[in-house]
Design a protein around this ligand. Structure first.
Ligand code: HEC
Ligand code: HEC
Length: 495
């Protein structure tokens, strides 16, 4: 081989190799999100749950500088700064966290585009404040997720939200905050603006249009509707307004969700929200180690202990009442930990609670979710009723039932017509340690119905006559006499 030919051959080979390596790197980044997995353990799970993200920033995140620029440009929608944002949407601040972001948010820098993305993790919805402490695994009662989502939709639909204004504004925000910025970040930001504008066009329903009219209020969300949106199934009533649930019970569950409709691999089922946020299925499948770690973390969680004295003899009497009236469905509990729990589904006509969440899972959604590689891991089925959840830590899980329609346990142990017909939620008004649940001052209307008064002007009306808000059903224990109810309540404080 002569010299020029050798050189040409070397150049071609080197270029081919470089292309191959770049391609392999690209595929690796796409699949794994380029951060190596942490070793599988509960501690790693805590990292993902609370501090990190699960990757796929292009699909599940927004360039951080764009978020900061949007806060500045649209303060009426998003709040001017972090604290105003938190007050508006009920997100929390962790004073002990090295990051100054609200709980549930993480910044992820993407190697491929040299851009920092703002991402969300499990603690956005499943970490709550209780007596001044942040509790992982407890649903955030104050989070107004639909309101946040709708604010983002409205901002994206505004004509002033466009690449010509927002890319320079993002560059300026990046400079002020010391966020890396360059042509790739500008390109990624422009691409993100394009995607947001396509998802939420002005003057039209748009792909996410069905979610525009749904607001579950504080502490709730519309998981089935997000699932429909992600699966290309039209969003239509009935809407599944669902409380952000506790997740420290998941280790003993056989299925995922309040109606038991999601079955299969319990670790992969934890990707449900990332799936709804459109994380690509190959990326979900490539992150097995992360779901395993988070699953291990959920299993390691223990509910907080009831923080006031418990009348032990009274609670002991309550144990017998519980065993007679409740154990059949909810299991039996030892000191602090369940001794026995077997998941079952209680048919709707037996439990009698609001039907909308159950019926929100439609045959079209089930058919859509049966396609694709994720269906080999996790299967969606139509259920016939609701799962009686394990009751550990039940004292701090109010408001109660899957739709959060009953503010306290004392109310749950009353006949539906004696439960408050309306009350106020959200706005962080503390917790009632006596009645176990949302605190409220009560009022009896002339027609004899009880209602809860507003506790602060940051609270929202929960009207049980609204669609998906019924407080009917679960009439178990309502006929117990007052002594039995008192002892049962004392017993429930210990679980
Ligand atoms: C956007 C809010 C949100 C985020 C973020 C979120 N979840 Fe959830 N999660 C929900 C809602 C709402 C439900 C109730 C679903 C239902 O019952 O239909 C739920 C249900 C669950 C359940 C089932 C609980 C039960 O009793 O059936 C588990 C377990 C769970 N989530 C774990 C996680 C993990 C782990 C993450 C992070 C990877 C996560 N979630 C992220 C809102 C969220
Ligand atoms: C026939 C089965 C059955 C019996 C008996 C039963 N429950 Fe339930 N329980 C359920 C079901 C199903 C749900 C979920 C209903 C829903 O969310 O719509 C539930 C929900 C609950 C909740 C709300 C959980 C939460 O996280 O919001 C509490 C509290 C509760 N039950 C307490 C009791 C007590 C106390 C007793 C005994 C007096 C009892 N239950 C008896 C089936 C039962």
């Amino acid at each position: 081989m002569n010299r020029p030919r050798l050189r040409a051959w070397l150049v071609v080979t080197a270029t081919a190799l470089l292309l191959l390596v770049t391609l392999a790197f690209g595929v690796y980044v796409y699949l794994t999100g380029d951060e190596p997995d942490l070793p599988i353990s509960a501690e790693s799970g805590r990292e993902y749950f609370r501090h990190r993200s699960f990757g796929s920033p292009f699909e599940t995140g927004i360039p951080f500088a764009l978020v900061l620029a949007s806060l500045e440009r649209f303060p009426d929608e998003l709040g001017r700064d972090r604290d105003a944002f938190c007050a508006k949407f009920g997100t929390l601040i962790d004073p002990g966290s090295p990051s100054s972001l609200p709980v549930g948010f993480a910044v992820r820098s993407d190697q491929l585009s040299g851009t920092e993305f703002l991402m969300t993790n499990c603690s956005l919805c499943h970490t709550a404040e209780l007596n001044g402490k942040l509790i992982d695994g407890l649903g955030n009662r104050n989070l107004r997720l639909n309101a946040l989502n709708q604010a983002v939709m409205r901002v994206a639909a505004r004509p002033e939200f466009n690449a010509a204004t927002m890319v320079p504004a993002s560059a300026a925000a990046a400079k002020r905050r010391g966020i890396p910025w360059g042509w790739r970040a500008a390109w990624a930001t422009e691409a993100a603006i394009g995607v947001l504008k396509k998802l939420y066009p002005a003057n039209s329903a748009g792909p996410m249009g069905g979610l525009k009219s749904v607001d579950a209020g504080p502490g709730r969300n519309t998981p089935v509707e997000f699932g429909k949106e992600a699966s290309g199934v039209p969003v239509a009533p009935p809407y599944g307004l669902t409380k952000l649930p506790v997740v420290w019970t998941y280790g003993r569950r056989e299925s995922f969700s309040c109606d038991g409709s999601l079955k299969g691999d319990k670790a992969f089922a934890l990707a449900a929200v990332e799936f709804n946020k459109k994380m690509p299925v190959p990326a979900i499948l490539a992150r097995a180690a992360r779901w395993e770690s988070v699953y291990a973390y959920l299993k390691s969680l223990v509910p907080p202990a009831y923080p006031a004295p418990i009348d032990e003899p009274l609670a002991e009497r309550g144990r017998a009442v519980f065993q007679e009236n409740c154990s059949y469905c909810h299991g039996t509990y030892g000191p602090g930990r369940p001794v026995h729990y077997r998941e079952r589904i209680v048919p709707l006509d037996v439990v009698g609670t609001d039907p909308d969440r159950l019926h929100a899972v439609s045959p079209e959604l089930v058919a859509a979710r049966a396609r694709g590689a994720f269906a080999r891991k996790v299967q969606l089925e139509i259920s016939k009723g609701y799962v009686p959840p394990p009751l550990d830590g039940i004292w701090c899980r109010g408001p109660y039932l899957h739709n959060g329609s009953v503010p306290t346990i004392v109310d749950l142990l009353r006949a539906p017509e004696d439960r408050p017909e309306s009350f106020y939620n959200g706005g962080d008004t503390g917790y009632d340690l006596a009645r176990l649940g949302l605190p409220y001052d009560e009022e009896t209307r002339p027609d004899g119905r009880r209602i809860g008064r507003r506790g602060s002007d940051r609270q929202f009306l929960f009207d049980t006559r609204g669609k998906g808000n019924s407080n009917a059903g679960h009439e178990f224990g309502v006929d117990l006499d007052d002594d039995d109810k008192r002892s049962l309540l004392e017993y429930l404080k210990q679980l």
